[in-house]
Design a protein around this ligand. Sequence first.
Ligand code: SF4
Length: 434
Amino acid sequence: MNILIIENTWMGDTRYGFFDKLLLNAFTILPTLYARKIAAITPKQHTVTIINERNSIIDFSKKYDLVNINYTTSTAKRAYEIADEFRKKGITVVLSGIHASLMPKEAKEHSDSILLGWGELNWLDFLNDYEENKLKLEYKHKKYDKNTKIPPINIKLPAFVISGAIEATCGCPYKCDFCPESNIIEGSQFYKRPVDEVIEEIKNLPQKFFTFYDTSMTIDPKYTKELFRNMIGLKKKFSCNGNVDVLANDIEFVKLSKKAGCTSWLLGFESFSQQTLDNVNKITNKVEEYKKAVENIHDNRMIVVGDFMFGFDTDTKDVFDETLKQIKILGIDAADFNILTPLPGTSIYDKLEKEKRILTKDWSQYTLKNPVFKPKNMTSVELLAGVRKMYCEYYSIPNNIKRIFKSMRLGMLPFLLVFQRTFAAAMSHRKLFF
Ligand code: SF4
């Protein structure tokens, strides 16, 4: 069988120009993980082609037997266009991903079948049924358990890829009110792969640098410490996500991460207001611990990438200046600024829907960079202007130079990462806002 897997990223149908593409291929980029897992578990008699719409064009005239599109809310519109086009040609289309799981009725209108929850857990059943001509309309959520085997995902990609990707755990038990990942059925179930399996996969990665795609490496510090101990000596470097609670309080954990090869921690700070964090159930964050978390990471010569979100009901127009001030005080090395977005399936969506504050259900607007609801203490125009201002000021040329030079004290790799992050942010900022 000839199988095509399309993984739309959150950038949706944004296509890059020639020079952007050249730079992206040189400096980036996080390769897709879902598609590679699917390719890894597909029996070898089938041919699997992976396309990332972000920088490739789909050839609808090619003869495929089966097309799997994995998508999120912001790329749903484009995913449905692609699905409809293939189905017109009589090609079977199966949809998967967070949005398909949270809005199955909508997904079924554009597909022959859908995979709910973690698509990779249903893929082989789906393939068998397809071959035996007894396809179901939907494949129910399945749990990761000790019998689940995710094979190494070292699939050769057609392009040169600088950075590899690994997943040691999946799911997140915290359920922040705005987070779709933890709100799909089984999304809050936390699954850990056996450490020796993960180590074997890391050893076999062709790249020296990789990213842990786990939602957070600090959910089970005991597990992660064992993993990090076993990584010492592998001579690999990596980036990963974590939460403030552990990074501020567990020095042994932070030191071990450095010894294992960590160069950068991405932290979802979201806000400098404890009231805001408490209101949205971000239980891992205590604002008073931010400073300690950042210091611990810097003391161990790693960089801090911060994620921030704006538009909460407790946010007023002052939130932008205040956040910029605090980010500077903490010395955060790179940052991303998002607009609170009521993604379907989250409690924020239910709340705003009930209060009739959702302005549009055009999912292509749900990129985290557009105000798609009425904020409480400012207008949506002010919210958008505030986030633009965050990007313009944080990524102004003098600030970029200062941050990039400052990161040199942490070593060559952290310096290059800050440089790359700054460059990528400047590019996406330009694409998304102007
Ligand atoms: S900690 Fe992160 S992954 Fe977990 S629920 Fe909150 S936002 Fe989602």
